[in-house]
Ligand binder design. Sequence first.
Ligand SMILES: [Zn+2]
Length: 433
Amino acid sequence: MTAKERRKFGRKVLRHLLDFRLNRSCLYQQEKLARLQNRRRKAFMRRLESSPFYRPYLKGSWEDIPVINKHVFMDQFDAINTCSIKKEEAMEIALESERSRDFSPELHGVAVGLSSGTSGHRGLFLASLDERAKWVAAVLDRAIGIQFRKRKIAFFLRANNNLYESAKSRLLQFDFFDTTIDFDEHILRLSTLQPDIVIGQPSVLIEIAKEVEKGRLEMAPEQIISVAEVLTPEDASYLSGVFKKRIEQVYQCTEGFLAHTCEEGALHFNEDFLIIERKYVDEARRRYHPIITDLFRTTQPVVRYELNDIIQEGPPCSCGRVTTRIKQIEGRADDVFRFTRPNGSEGVIFPDTIRRAVINSTHAIQEYTVRQTAPALVQFSIHSLSGEAGLQVKSALGALFQEAGWQDVTIVQESPSPIKKGEKRRRIKNESI
Ligand SMILES: [Zn+2]
């Protein structure tokens, strides 16, 4: 970015930030929120006329617009985006920028990025200058806050991209830490940098906390923000114990900035610019996949996009916001354990239920994984200080599965395998599908 472009970008961020502040009261009143959402939805629909994929649906009702998933989103890349950008050329640019680790190239003024995710399933995303400015403004408004003094942010990411580079300014200094390289180097850098804010996935934050506990690293950031992976209650309490502050969460993925923690520590969807529909996945209607529409994304519109994440619905929040509260992000639909009961019916066990069974079985566990590796085989590993813990976990899992009606399951303890650098950590996985 040239100096002129940077100034232009700065002005855009300020304008959007002001807009967030002016509309802040809408987050606290249902009627005002609905009016704001409607206004933004109308403007959004007008922009969809430039999307060959969505144009045919604009005359019909909202429900006629197809609900899509990541697969369709990528498959229809050329037809969905409103800038006639071809998938091949975008992919070429994104891959080249990853190889050279030069994250500035753009295509027709649009930043191109690759999401993490398993190889072969990597998402490709586009963001215009204005969309990036909106993203920065939203993160400033909701997560980082504004203070008129310079603050240093240590940002741990698998790979850098234009979206995050954008947040550099006179008041915020973003320092990027590549999670794919050696951790010892990061400890040295953190110690020199003394960041005011640390942003990273829980598994990275835990590694940092361990170094602080061991006395190998001294730092006292004022804010710790967890991103990208599920933050379990026990990890949150460990981290806040070490850093002596509440851990904030940003629920963010390629599909946008979805939710953030309020001053009460609860996660709220950004419903002033997101439309959230629910696809319930359990009979009690407490868990759902969010179907999101991001009213701020028009270069590569995100419309009725079903996420794979399982959300547990929370009660209204005492902070007064009327936006939907998330009790917990439970994991992904792929990680639900599935089995067949003796009578032929299908049974499911949610990752959160398995997590609770494991952590409640013993106090001696430091780390664990539970994997369904075949239709009737579950393998688990633990790091523990106690020799008994393996048996306790095995018996807790056995009891849970029996209760659910899973009778033919074999449970095997395996030795823990090291986590690959830069990989997202998933403690509970279904690898049998
Ligand atoms: Zn709240």
